[in-house]
Write a protein that binds this ligand. Structure first.
Ligand SMILES: [Zn+2]
Length: 67
């Protein structure tokens, strides 16, 4: 009976560790680009994320080629 309790405790501990790891991995994910919401429908600079007009060929912020 004691062995069963130890086994259950070990499984619970492993499950808790795995849950903690999955939470930490989720928190480590990079945040969404803050420029994404404000530049919807425009050409977003691949270099700095600045939103540019649809006809712009160069980024107005950093001068990168927008393609
Ligand atoms: Zn740029």
């Amino acid at each position: 009976m004691d062995q069963y309790i130890v086994l259950v405790a070990a499984i619970a501990g492993i499950a808790g560790i795995l849950a903690s790891i999955s939470i930490l991995r989720r928190e480590r994910r990079p945040p969404e680009n803050p420029f994404a919401a404000s530049t919807e429908g425009s050409r977003r600079c691949p270099s700095c994320g600045m939103g540019n007009g649809p006809n712009e060929r160069q980024c107005s912020s950093c001068g990168a080629n927008l393609g």
